[in-house]
Design a protein around this ligand. Structure first.
Ligand code: ADP
Ligand code: ADP
Length: 236
């Protein structure tokens, strides 16, 4: 379980996230909604310490992840995979290699740098691609794919990390409605099938209603709603 207590992040005195307390159980699919600048991205990035909290605690199964350093921090980051709005693939590399990057922490670095991935890693990466209906694209350059296809590759890369949490920061903000559904369906499928906890920043209430079991609302860095999507409709 993920437990945030009084988490804040200030930039030059201004709070981007302001005293957020939140507990998320394993297997939940939580939509984080709020306008641009509400603090969604900062909140997500504090969970895997891409951004350092200014105050508060963040615990995963009792371990304070804000205190982790060195090897322990790298291990933690490997356990919470990130999915970004702009996919963050290496465009000139092929799709399979992009997915294999999710196995970096499980492979000796010198072997990874030489592309000497084990047969097991390759099989895992291909299987992840197949689960996302992207198996046929394994040998293609990533920059040849559409946005929706690229995001599915990014999700496959997250999946092969064998994460306990996926932090998805506006994963569909760059996609058209059809690809939005394909990518949200993919996240929902992973959530159901593997019980991976998902925190997903969204700017659309409708998407949160359609996909998330729970919605958290941020406004000016503060938690202003936490409940079922249906309750949000009534509150609105
Ligand atoms: P988004 O709305 O997609 O989260 P932002 O425009 O808020 O994107 O932020 C893009 C990047 O710029 C992020 O890495 C964020 O940390 C950084 N950033 C956002 N606002 C500021 C700011 N006022 N000063 C410096 N960096 C910022
Ligand atoms: P959201 O993801 O909801 O769009 P962000 O977390 O990106 O919100 O940003 C929350 C606030 O913090 C915004 O006012 C943004 O400008 C500010 N901010 C984010 N990152 C930085 C940064 N690196 N430096 C300064 N201000 C930042």
């Amino acid at each position: 379980m993920l437990d945030l207590g009084g988490v804040s992040r200030r930039y030059s005195g201004r709070a981007a996230v302001d005293g957020v307390s939140l507990s998320v159980g394993r297997g939940e699919f939580v939509g984080v909604i709020g306008r641009s600048g509400a603090g969604k991205s900062t909140l997500l990035r504090m969970v895997n310490r891409l951004v350092e909290p200014s105050a508060g605690h963040i615990r995963w199964d009792g371990t304070d992840v804000t205190a982790l350093r060195g090897r322990a921090l790298r291990d933690w980051r490997a356990r919470c995979a990130m999915v970004f709005q702009q996919f963050n693939l290496s465009g000139r590399l092929d799709v399979l290699t992009n997915v294999l990057m999710g196995r970096l922490n499980r492979t000796p670095l010198h072997r990874a740098l030489l592309g000497l991935w084990s047969e097991e890693d390759r099989a895992i990466a291909l299987s992840a691609l197949e689960q996302l209906d992207m198996g046929a694209f394994a040998a293609q350059r990533a920059d040849r794919l559409s946005g929706g296809q690229q995001q599915r590759v990014a999700i496959a890369r997250a999946l092969v990390q064998e994460p306990e949490i996926i932090l998805a920061d506006e994963p569909v903000a760059s996609l058209d409605p059809r690809n939005t559904r394909v990518v949200m369906d993919a996240l929902a499928g992973i959530n159901r099938r593997y019980g991976i906890t998902i925190l997903c920043n969204l700017h659309s209430l409708d998407l949160a209603r359609g996909y998330c079991s729970r919605v958290v609302g941020l406004s000016a860095g503060r938690l202003v709603f936490d409940g079922a999507p249906a309750a949000l409709t009534e509150a609105a």
